[in-house]
Ligand binder design. Structure first.
Ligand code: C5P
Length: 222
């Protein structure tokens, strides 16, 4: 019998800014389960490419890079720190540029193939909450619960704007909105593992819901 098949998975997919990150980390803590931030793997790959001066168009080199990444996630209170080559890069991978580069390399089949096994290895007892774009469609198609969390691009841009403002960064709402739309389009229209709900996913539109309301809704589904 395949041992990993019995480890339960809750897959939460959707575009950036839908509230996925907050909901999934909270859910994993609530259940005492493991947590996979699959977007961080793409962001780390993009950052590693930048560091080793590998072009974001060089699919073969990026695939090799992704396969050999030295990365670790460490729990620091409620936060997860991401380490690349033993260096804390948690802040660097959260920058808008890192997200845009991640979205570019995420369209390359060699990169996705290299990261597939790495993601599946997070499936360990007592269970896994997986956050991403293709958790329910490609990585864990047999997940026990699949959620597709979304929100309008306007609302997601506003949320991001507020987040960055609170951090003291200078931001432009119109530019953020344009970037979000561009990233959505790239994620939805790529030929491999495009961003879309699995057929058996429960779709939640968080545009007019608070984080608490979304969380209660997800818990009620479990
Ligand atoms: O979720 P996050 O914004 O950190 O993801 C960064 C980028 O990585 C996304 O825009 C998407 O292109 C890519 N990604 C992906 N598949 C995943 C997670 C993220 O293609 N499972």
């Amino acid at each position: 019998m395949n041992r990993t098949a019995v480890v339960p998975v809750i897959a939460v997919d959707g575009p950036g800014g839908s509230g996925k990150g907050t909901i999934t980390t909270r859910l994993a803590a609530h259940l005492g389960w493991h947590f996979l931030d699959s977007g961080a793997l793409y962001r780390l790959t993009a950052l590693a490419a930048l560091k080793s001066q590998v072009s974001l168009d060089d699919e073969a080199a990026l695939g090799e890079l992704a396969a050999g990444l030295d990365i670790r996630f460490e729990l620091d209170g409620e936060n997860v720190r991401a380490l690349l080559d033993q260096q804390d890069v948690s802040d660097a991978i959260r920058l808008e540029d890192a997200g845009a580069s991640a979205s570019k390399i995420a369209a390359l089949p060699a990169v996705r193939a290299a990261l597939k096994g790495r993601q599946r290895r997070f499936r360990q007892m007592p269970g896994l909450v997986a956050d991403g774009r293709d958790m329910g469609t490609v990585i864990f198609p047999d997940a026990q619960l699949k959620i597709f969390l979304t929100a309008s691009a306007e609302i997601r841009a506003e949320r991001r704007y507020k987040q960055l403002k609170d951090k003291g960064e200078s931001v432009n709402l119109t530019r953020l909105f344009r970037e979000i739309k561009a990233r959505d389009l790239r994620d939805q229209s790529r030929s491999i593992a495009p961003l879309r709900p699995a057929e058996d996913a429960v779709i939640i539109d968080s545009s007019h819901m608070s984080i608490e309301e979304v969380f209660s809704k997800v818990v009620s589904l479990i």
